[in-house]
Design a protein around this ligand. Structure first.
Ligand SMILES: [Zn+2]
Length: 50
């Protein structure tokens, strides 16, 4: 089983840190996901932050 690294997801538009997730350490580049941001009140791109 692969080790998963815990990360936080930050809205790229307002900077709100709204989600916690995890990623596989071998994944290339920063993780980016479309998530619902409560501050923006819509779906925005969220990026991992450590
Ligand atoms: Zn936002």
């Amino acid at each position: 089983m692969a080790t998963r690294v815990p990360i936080s997801l930050v809205c790229t538009e307002c900077g709100t840190r709204g989600y916690k997730s995890s990623r596989k350490p071998e994944a290339p580049g920063p993780l980016e996901l479309k998530k619902f941001c409560v501050t923006c009140a819509r779906h925005t791109l969220h990026r991992e932050a450590r």
